[in-house]
Design a protein around this ligand. Sequence first.
Ligand SMILES: CC(C)(COP(=O)(O)OP(=O)(O)OC[C@H]1O[C@@H](n2cnc3c(N)ncnc32)[C@H](O)[C@@H]1OP(=O)(O)O)[C@@H](O)C(=O)NCCC(=O)NCCS
Length: 155
Amino acid sequence: MSSMLGNISIRTMGYLEVRPLRLEVLRAGMVNQTVTFDGDDEPTTVHIGAFTEAGVNIGVSTWMHRPFPSEPQLQGLQLRGMATAVLVQGQGIGGLLLHAGMEYAKKVGVDLIWANARDAALAFYNRHGYSTVGDGFIETVTQLPHHQVVTYLVK
Ligand SMILES: CC(C)(COP(=O)(O)OP(=O)(O)OC[C@H]1O[C@@H](n2cnc3c(N)ncnc32)[C@H](O)[C@@H]1OP(=O)(O)O)[C@@H](O)C(=O)NCCC(=O)NCCS
């Protein structure tokens, strides 16, 4: 994608590489600064990021093979740690990461992608084909209101 930022590239990245942006965007002003997730370093976990032409990381997303709790019989991919750098939010980079994750999901043949989504991001997920399901809850680490979202792959 070409934008004010020049060419943006989307590529997989290492699990240590995703942590600075997680900390900056997802833990700003929070007491709990945890940015490591169980399963980050599993061989089947994929981290997909966005980078400027100069190689600056401006977006992260993590895709883990985990069943969707409501439908454990289906093959699920859980999206975690979705964040774009504050200065570039609202420019379509999050959308590019969701698109790349969907391509990965198709390649590995899962049935669905799901996430525990912040309520502030629900419109973003809904716009990209994810449905909001179930009751809202307060997520432990962030103490922010969340809902689960899910999208199904057509096979
Ligand atoms: C939520 C988040 C990951 C979305 O990433 P993003 O890069 O801002 O996503 P996009 O730019 O693709 O879309 C965001 C909004 O900008 C709008 N947008 C997309 N492209 C745009 C463009 N070229 N110009 C203007 N607006 C645009 C979209 O319509 C979208 O609106 P919506 O939120 O009502 O759906 C990002 O805003 C973020 O990191 N937020 C803080 C952390 C967070 O909440 N993470 C999610 C945890 S579940």
